[in-house]
Ligand binder design. Structure first.
Ligand code: HEM
Length: 355
């Protein structure tokens, strides 16, 4: 017969809080909170990794059925709710004062969150590029067996890889006599021409020089045009300013522009959930960084990093899906979006598994 405590193996979990301060004969009341909080984080990381792995395996296919994409969305939304909870969870640990933390911090040396293998698996599985890492040798802190486990757990495709591949296969973007990008590019140029006209009218009315604002619009247009030209796009990739392939990028613009069509609603919500996950991982990093600066100020970390400075850089620089987020600069209002040819518009009205 299944018994509650056996099923949940509570004897293991509830017997897993050994206070270092007790081992040193200097009991620190807050250390239990510190351990339980970390364990709760790690348990939720486990759930997050299971969900993300299932999403990757469903998307890792030449054809992703509508129902599978809906399931991926469902699971990603769950991941995002967990990440929100984890961002909030810091507030509980923050009820510990910095001096209460100092009562046992020295006993923890050189252990550090740096050694959280599951967090490393999450970063890698999402597709954080090695050249974006603030510290390139981040795995040095891990024990040999954890490094091996990290390599094993992340040997397959990343979330970034499978999302890119899925986007590259989005149909409907062209027919024999229609190409979405030609129409879209013209629509954005018209929009930017309108912006220029408004800048000139406003500058004249206010007796201001319109050139700085016009130069900014020109730069925006140049960045936008580069998305459509293979050579210039290749340069963007070579310079590291974009990572996602050109076809996948155009698919993001297509899905975002025509998100109201029934067949694009789930793809759009899915992209939105991906961007949300990327954002929540950054919020997690930020919340952790803020807590760290309150607890230890500008001291170096027990893992040997610069502490606050290092963590702040990871928050700002280690985004995975900013290729998608950055496209918002080039979205046109739906009123000026080019009309789709009737053939494509009709097909986008229906969910057809044979597409
Ligand atoms: C008093 C509370 C905490 C302090 C003072 C603190 C401090 C730090 C510091 C200074 C680092 C940078 C690495 C180093 O040099 O050690 C770090 C990294 C890290 N900490 Fe914490 N931490 C705290 C709580 C937590 C909690 C509750 C978690 C939850 C699992 C956590 C997870 C991590 C992770 C995953 C990293 C690696 C971040 C990265 O390299 O991107 N920390 N922590």
């Amino acid at each position: 017969m299944v018994y509650y405590a056996d099923y949940l193996q509570l004897d293991k979990i509830l017997d897993a809080q050994a206070l270092e301060s007790d081992k040193h004969g200097a009991h620190a009341h807050e250390e239990l909170l510190f351990i339980v909080t970390h364990q709760a984080f790690e348990l939720w990381f486990k759930q997050v990794l299971a969900e993300v792995a299932s999403v990757i395996s469903m998307l890792d296919s030449d054809y992703v059925a509508e129902a599978d994409l809906a399931l991926c969305l469902h699971r990603l939304r769950r991941v995002n709710r967990i990440m929100e909870l984890l961002c909030d969870q810091f507030t509980i640990l923050e009820t510990m004062t910095p001096s209460e933390f100092m009562d046992f911090r020295a006993f923890l040396n050189p252990a550090s969150g740096f050694q959280s293998m599951q967090w490393r698996i999450l970063e890698r599985t999402m597709g954080l590029a090695q050249d974006r890492r603030v510290l390139q040798h981040y795995t040095d802190a891990l024990r040999q067996e954890h490094r091996a486990e990290l390599d094993r757990a992340t040997s397959g495709p990343t979330l970034f890889d499978v999302v890119t591949r899925w986007l590259e296969k989005i149909p409907f973007m062209h027919t024999s006599d229609y190409a979405f990008w030609t129409e879209y590019r013209a629509a954005v140029h018209r929009m930017l021409d309108n912006d220029r006209a408004e800048v000139r009218i406003l500058a004249e009315a206010e007796h201001r020089d319109p050139d700085p604002a016009l130069r900014q619009i020109d730069a925006n247009q140049a960045g936008f045009d580069a998305l459509f030209e293979a050579d210039r796009y290749a340069e963007l990739i070579a310079h590291g300013s974009r990572r996602m392939s050109q076809t996948a990028t155009l698919a993001v613009l297509f899905i975002s522009t025509y998100q109201r069509y029934p067949l694009l609603q789930i793809p759009y919500q899915f992209l939105d959930a991906i961007v949300e996950l990327d954002r929540l991982v950054s919020v997690w990093r930020y919340r952790h960084t803020m807590m760290v600066s309150r607890m230890i100020g500008m001291r170096v970390g027990t893992g040997g990093s610069s502490g606050h400075d290092y963590l702040m850089k990871t928050t700002m620089l280690q985004r995975v899906f900013d290729d998608i987020t950055s496209l918002s600069s080039y979205l046109v209002p739906s009123a000026v979006a080019p009309e789709l040819p009737r053939e494509i518009a009709t097909r986008l009205q229906f969910v057809n598994e044979s597409q």
